[in-house]
Design a protein around this ligand. Structure first.
Ligand code: NAP
Length: 338
């Protein structure tokens, strides 16, 4: 039985990936912070099927011990301070987890299990605002926030470890992917939540935004820049691409995205449209929610992933938004989230 270790298993992608690997017959190990695992999280429903090793990516000894104990065939490094907007206020911590954490893992692989295949989570945020056309594996990076800068550092170390030590490490330059499991502080989930509140007649929400105000206040959802455009897909499609990368004969970098661009305005339209409402009646713009420097328009040219990995997204933008809104309605109705 093949063994896989996932860092960041409590996150959105970690939980979808664990489900996929279990379906494929892997013995799945998760690397998670103790306190996070003890709370309810995205992988709670898998607790009886997976093995957990406790540790923190900022402690080199934790990840080295996890690899020595499990000797995995495949490692998926998803652990990250994954909120670009928040990385301004938490820049040193972001570099420590996203940059140094990755190096610690690669070093541990080199010493504990050099034959293991490693997937590393890079990000389309690395492209920043430098280019207008679709981005592929050859597009230069121009990070626009501390999160993206730390991701560029780790991405370069993937190549360096590949070339210097012959390690099998593949980088997935994944474009935005969302799901019902996205935390509420991501703007996509906030919009789904706003639409769910509007559908249920909730004028003042219990959940708060990053300014400490109700996400929905006086029947209005406050958002930053609505003109932001992104290439959004569903996380379950994207974790399949991660697995495919480790089934290839050699390690490589792959851009993964749908190749379709939508603005936050489109997202509002799809979300409120799901519950037959006009978003313009329920959404307002708040300058305090605009980032100091926005990542520009990112659009994936995933032709290499389509050709080499035979990867295609299966869930459309509208389906993805619909699933998110339905799930927020269910959450508010059944878990007393009002
Ligand atoms: P996520 O839901 O925020 O999950 C991040 C995971 O990392 C969580 O399990 C978190 O655990 C863990 N983590 C954070 N700091 C840690 C630390 N110091 N030690 C151990 N674990 C730690 O993110 P995601 O959306 O699943 O994304 C997965 C990866 O893909 C991330 O690296 C992200 O940057 C990258 N990525 C995501 C997207 C996207 O659109 N989703 C796009 C491109 C790249 P806790 O519960 O303890 O916080």
């Amino acid at each position: 039985m093949r063994k896989a270790l996932i860092t960041g298993i409590t996150g959105q992608d970690g939980s979808f990936l664990a489900e996929l690997l279990l379906e494929k017959g892997y013995e799945v190990y998760g690397f998670a912070r103790h306190d996070s695992w003890m709370r309810s999280h995205n992988a709670s429903h898998l607790a009886d099927k997976i093995n957990i090793l406790f540790g923190d990516m900022s402690e080199g000894v934790d990840i080295a011990t996890a690899l020595q104990e499990t000797q995995p065939d495949e490692i998926y490094n998803l652990a990250s301070q994954s909120r670009p907007g928040e990385s301004w206020a938490r820049a040193p911590e972001t570099l420590m987890i996203n940059g140094m954490g990755a190096i610690r893992l690669f070093e541990a692989v080199r010493h504990a299990c050099p034959k293991a295949r490693v997937y590393h989570a890079s990000s389309s945020e690395m492209f920043g605002g430098s280019c207008s056309g679709p981005q592929n594996e050859l597009t230069p990076f121009h990070p626009a926030n501390p999160y993206a800068a730390a991701k560029v550092y780790a991405h370069q170390m993937v190549r360096i470890c590949r070339e210097s030590y012959g390690l099998f490490i593949s980088s997935g330059i994944l474009f935005n992917h969302e799901s019902e499991r996205r935390p509420l502080h991501f703007v996509t989930q906030k919009i789904a939540y706003g639409a769910a509140c509007a559908a249920l007649g909730i004028k003042n929400s219990r959940d708060l935004n990053e300014l400490g105000h109700p996400i929905v206040s006086g029947g209005q959802l406050a958002l930053g820049n609505l003109e932001i455009a992104r290439d959004w897909g569903h996380a379950s499609d994207f974790v399949r691409a991660m697995w495919l990368m480790l089934q290839q004969d050699k390690p490589d970098d792959f851009v993964v995205g749908t190749g379709k661009l939508h603005t936050l305005r489109d997202l509002c339209q799809a979300a409120y449209g799901r519950v037959s409402l006009d978003w313009k009646d329920h959404v307002m713009s708040d300058r305090k929610l605009v980032r100091p420097l926005e990542t520009g328009q990112t659009l994936a040219d995933a032709s290499k992933a389509r050709k080499v990995l035979n990867w295609e997204p299966t869930i459309s933008f509208e389906e993805m938004v619909g699933k998110m809104v339905d799930s927020q309605i269910e959450r508010l109705e059944t878990r007393g989230g009002r």
